[in-house]
Design a binder for this molecule. Structure first.
Ligand SMILES: CC(=O)N[C@H]1[C@@H](OP(=O)(O)OP(=O)(O)OC[C@H]2O[C@@H](n3ccc(=O)[nH]c3=O)[C@H](O)[C@@H]2O)O[C@H](CO)[C@@H](O)[C@@H]1O[C@H](C)C(=O)N[C@@H](C)C(=O)N[C@H](CCC(=O)O)C(=O)O
Ligand SMILES: Nc1ncnc2c1ncn2[C@@H]1O[C@H](COP(=O)(O)OP(=O)(O)OP(=O)(O)O)[C@@H](O)[C@H]1O
Ligand SMILES: N[C@H](CCC[C@H](N)C(=O)O)C(=O)O
Ligand SMILES: [Mg+2]
Length: 495
């Protein structure tokens, strides 16, 4: 695309100098580290760096046009001045990458917990339906079977538009993506044409960023107010899928003009689960859709996963898929890596690796385990550094109240002192309870598995699929599943 054509997508701008030599844009980017010859660089004022201070670097690396909101020196290289470069970035990237979301069925999933799980189930359903699928979320970006690394759960808008564009080129028809509250506030999904927006739940998280639960709820609501406002004559239209057992889910009905499909267990939802029975190997329940009812036996464990299954069913049903075909996939779905992932061993001590890193997530994981454990429950848990401090004592209290042996350790301490994070957690320990602490996560896992007896379960919470630990500025290889397997192996050899 020619530069002149690209910037035509911006209605309000001032180009300095007024005339310049047009060129074919090789790359649109906000990141100097990506720049190649003939790039257009957008200067973004970030939380750490102001992109306007990097313009010289951008020019040196081959940028041929700069988009800025403050005065910058570029010699003869044209600068396009706009009011707000972040908003301009959304417009430019949508135009540059041919508004690819419009060519795709986009299912966006938001909520505190369950986004990764629901997006994976949705992906599996559409795959089984014979479609090529895309997935964007915490673990990776996926185009068909190709896995691309990712930095954020919801990428910045340029990376997102670029990824969607690639998906269209490769024949993807449905993409399921996680939409984080932080991304919604930062405009990382501005201009994305969602077809189905799913709300899972809202409980405490990210208050370091949002400050209040009201702000956090408002952030989530943006996905629903962004959902198309006109009713298409030739398509299914836009659909909001809401968990109405959650009060925020009920509130969201007022934030969208889209058609609504509700799901739940307690309230009289349009899609509802009843007669739920949780076992160690799976869950049985009836799924009711208006007057129809099916009995399901799924491999995923826990009440919260029933919610995730209902959400995914609703998203697929909203897209016109046959209920019986959807149900086949739901029953076969094996679960997601690092979400209540069971590691059994001949010692009859089992470990469960779970990504619960919020109070509600931890409570759900422990309640589920308590539903089927035969012996005692050990809970190895830590809290991430540079994240919401308020959740630390709450998670600690839940670990104490719902497990027999709480063991506090490090999650990703990041720039914080690991022991200081554990000390924050210790504030939540109920009087009279004793807790073991190990700054070293490997030692904590080993100690729990060492002490456990046949029939006991060791929950290793917080890091799920992560194969690293961030201590200070360093990222080390660390995998809870590998650590649990190694400790169980030693136990097996010793017994
Ligand atoms: C606090 C926060 O949200 N930060 C996000 C933000 O970064 P920032 O504002 O700090 O950016 P910055 O580093 O100051 O850089 C400003 C500008 O300079 C550019 N730059 C910077 C350095 C350089 O050498 N060259 C250069 O051009 C950057 O590309 C950027 O355009 O914008 C970046 C690009 O969109 C994000 O990658 C980054 O996420 C960081 C890594 C992060 O940890 N974010 C977390 C809090 C987050 O967003 N989490 C959510 C939810 C997770 C979940 O619940 O699952 C997520 O969606 O991931
Ligand atoms: N529907 C749910 N309700 C409550 N807790 C859940 C639900 N689904 C999953 N969890 C718990 O939360 C953890 C994280 O699940 P998942 O990764 O699916 O959520 P997420 O919303 O993608 O999280 P993140 O914000 O980190 O991306 C799980 O390991 C489980 O303990
Ligand atoms: N998306 C969440 C993941 C937290 C996972 C936990 N292991 C941690 O590092 O705090 C976040 O970035 O806050
Ligand atoms: Mg996620």
């Amino acid at each position: 695309m020619q530069a002149s054509k690209l910037i035509n997508s911006l209605k309000f701008k001032q180009v300095v100098p007024g005339s310049y030599e047009d060129f074919r844009v090789s790359l649109l980017t906000q990141d100097t580290r990506e720049i190649i010859d003939n790039s257009v660089f957008i200067a973004i004022k970030g939380a750490v760096v102001d992109g306007h201070t990097l313009v010289k670097t951008a020019l040196k690396k081959g940028a041929k046009m700069i988009i800025a909101q403050e005065q910058v020196e570029t010699g003869s290289i044209p600068v396009v001045y706009v009011q707000d470069t972040k908003r301009a970035m959304a417009v430019l990237s949508s135009y540059f990458y041919a508004g690819s979301s419009q060519a795709l069925r986009v299912v966006g999933v938001t909520g505190t917990n369950g986004k990764t799980t629901v997006t994976h189930i949705v992906e599996a359903i559409f795959r089984a339906h014979g479609e090529k699928t895309g997935l964007i979320g915490t673990m990776y970006r996926k185009i068909g079977d190709e896995i691309l690394k990712t930095k954020n759960t919801t990428p910045d808008i340029i990376t997102l538009q670029r990824t969607l564009n690639k998906m269209v080129e490769r024949g993807v028809s449905t993409v399921s993506m996680e939409v984080s509250s932080i991304a919604l506030i930062q405009g990382r999904v501005w201009g994305i044409d969602f077809d189905v927006a799913v709300f899972t739940n809202l409980t405490r998280d990210h208050l370091d960023y949002h400050k209040t639960m009201a702000n956090y709820a408002h952030a989530k609501s943006l996905l629903f107010s962004q959902l198309g406002n006109s009713y298409a004559h030739n398509s299914d239209g836009k659909i909001a899928v809401l968990n109405i057992d959650d009060p925020i889910g009920r509130q969201l009905e007022h934030d969208t003009a889209a058609q609504i499909l509700t799901y739940g267990i307690k309230q009289a939802a349009m899609i509802r689960a009843t007669n739920i029975e949780i076992h160690s190997q799976g869950t049985d329940f009836d799924l009711q859709l208006f007057e129809q009812k099916w009995h399901l036996r799924v491999k995923m464990v826990g009440l919260f996963n029933v919610y995730n299954i209902l959400a995914a069913f609703a998203a697929a049903y909203a897209s016109g898929l046959e209920p019986s075909a959807i149900i086949q996939t739901l029953e076969a779905f094996p679960g997601v890596k690092g979400r209540l992932q069971l590691i059994s061993s001949p010692t009859k001590v089992a470990a469960i690796v779970d990504y619960s890193h919020t109070p509600d997530g931890l409570l759900n994981a422990l309640e589920t385990i308590n539903d089927f454990v035969k012996g005692k429950v050990f809970c190895v848990v830590g809290c991430g550094g540079d994240r919401d401090h308020g959740k630390r004592p709450k998670m600690a209290q839940i670990a104490c109240n719902y497990s027999d042996y709480p063991i506090f350790t490090s999650d990703n301490p990041r720039s914080e002192e690991p022991q200081a994070i554990i000390n924050d957690m210790l504030q939540g320990v109920p009087q009279g309870r004793t807790v073991a602490t190990f700054v070293n996560r490997k030692e904590a896992i080993q100690a729990a598995i060492n002490q456990a007896c046949p029939g006991d379960i060791v929950l290793i919470a917080g890091k799920g699929h992560e194969d690293y630990q961030i201590i200070g500025a360093h990222k080390y290889h660390f995998d809870d599943v590998e650590e649990a397997q190694a400790a169980l192996k030693i136990k097996e050899q010793e017994s």
